[in-house]
Design a protein around this ligand. Structure first.
Ligand SMILES: *Cc1c(COP(=O)(O)O)cnc(C)c1O
Length: 383
């Protein structure tokens, strides 16, 4: 490449190429909604829920307004509140812990495994003991399928069963991935996901969904979604939310779901190319046995002593964006400082926050552009 030319910037995620691929189908789907005008609870919402149930294997799918609402609605349905503890990893997006606090309960933060970035069940056990020692009643656990890789749902289920906890899987980043051949959406009591545009399956605004096999929970969630409605929406039998997914977003998602598996396969090709190109110079993410990933993020760990800001600046100068998920774990954030952490602290979460960095990752990252990223990473580290 000509050294004097400013290289074309590479997008961190590429929504534009996908738009060129299925834009016409989406425009037509949205036009149908504009014609029938059922913007709330239109037929596309029901059709999407049916398609998502078939895709995941879950018995019920309740779409909702966001991934955060998906988590919160399950906690509300379980009557989680003051005095209850819900355990969750700290190395995740804040919404995982936020939903617990919004429900009035206490999030108790636990550590993650260094190799997978997912919940460490030994720390989970310590967290349960910590909660009890503080006079809290542990009622649930929220494992996260971070960066797109499924957590070890067998290990989580074993601890949850022994302690009588419900499992609410936060698959906001991992929907589409599987554990031991079973799709996320079918583990634990319920699974929450997000359709925020940057997630692997994203809409053109905010959206989310809850997956469950539990008939009673599904009914309660459908009530909570519309202000706790009973026999009709002016019969309010419990507290609820304006928690619906709008019809337009459902119409978009129906079209996107049709190419989702193809996009997941493409993301896996990108991940394999990164692993081959960078595996001997940085710590690349590894899939644990039985786990697949939809690669919501491709997150590497820089060698000890690397100046992460300088590394990011070197890539940026070459038109390559990076992002840091997460510069601070939740327990290190101002709003969450006073909530308990598992005994022994969360050393892995704190270490990861210091050395992770995420590279461009999307289904349309072609080999030439990716080679530029790989060379820039190698160049920045060898400089
Ligand atoms: C994005 C995300 C959420 C929240 O989803 P929203 O749709 O943005 O509310 C929750 N948990 C995790 C792990 C996420 O990445």
């Amino acid at each position: 490449m000509n050294q004097h030319m400013r290289p074309e910037p590479i997008p961190f995620i590429d929504i534009a190429t996908q738009r060129r691929r299925i834009g016409k189908a989406i425009d037509e789907a949205v036009a149908r909604v504009l014609d029938h005008c059922q913007f709330i609870n239109g037929p596309e919402v029901t059709a999407l829920e049916k398609a998502l149930a078939e895709y995941s294997g879950a018995r019920h799918v309740v779409t909702c307004a966001s991934g955060t609402d998906a988590l919160l609605m399950v906690l509300m349905a379980k009557n989680v509140g003051p005095g209850d503890a819900v355990l969750c990893p700290s190395f995740t997006f804040c919404a995982t812990g936020e939903a617990v606090a919004l429900a009035g309960a206490t999030p108790v933060f636990v550590d993650v495994e260094e190799a997978t970035f997912n919940i460490d069940v030994n720390s989970l056990k310590r967290g349960i003991a910590t909660a009890k020692a503080r006079g809290l009643k542990p009622v649930g656990v929220i494992p996260v399928d971070l960066f797109g890789q499924s957590a070890d749902h067998d290990a989580v289920a074993a601890v949850a069963k022994a302690e009588g906890l419900f499992v609410l899987d936060d698959a906001a980043q991992g929907f589409g991935a599987s554990f031991k051949g079973r799709k996320l959406g079918t583990f634990g009591l319920a699974t929450a996901t997000s359709f925020f545009p940057a997630k692997p399956l994203g809409c053109f605004g905010d959206g989310g969904a809850i997956f469950t096999d539990d008939d009673e929970l599904a009914n309660t969630l459908r009530s909570i979604r519309v202000h706790g409605q009973g026999s009709d929406k002016y019969d309010n039998v419990r507290l609820g939310l304006t928690g619906r997914l709008d019809t337009m977003q459902a119409a978009v998602l129906i079209e996107k779901l049709k190419i989702f598996d193809d996009e997941i396969a493409a993301r896996n090709v990108v991940a394999e190319r990164y692993a081959r190109g960078l595996g001997n110079i940085v710590t690349v993410p590894r899939l644990a046995a039985g786990c697949t990933s939809v690669w919501a993020q491709y997150t590497i760990r820089l060698p000890e002593g690397t100046d992460r800001d300088a590394f990011a600046a070197a890539l940026k100068a070459q038109g390559i964006p990076t992002a840091i998920y997460y510069t601070r774990s939740i327990h290190q954030q101002t709003a969450y400082r006073d909530f308990p952490v598992a005994d022994g602290g969360l050393p892995v979460s704190e270490r990861l926050s210091e050395d992770v960095i995420s590279l461009p990752m999307h289904a349309y990252l072609d080999e030439a552009a990716q080679q530029r990223v790989i060379e820039a990473v190698r160049g920045a580290l060898q400089a």
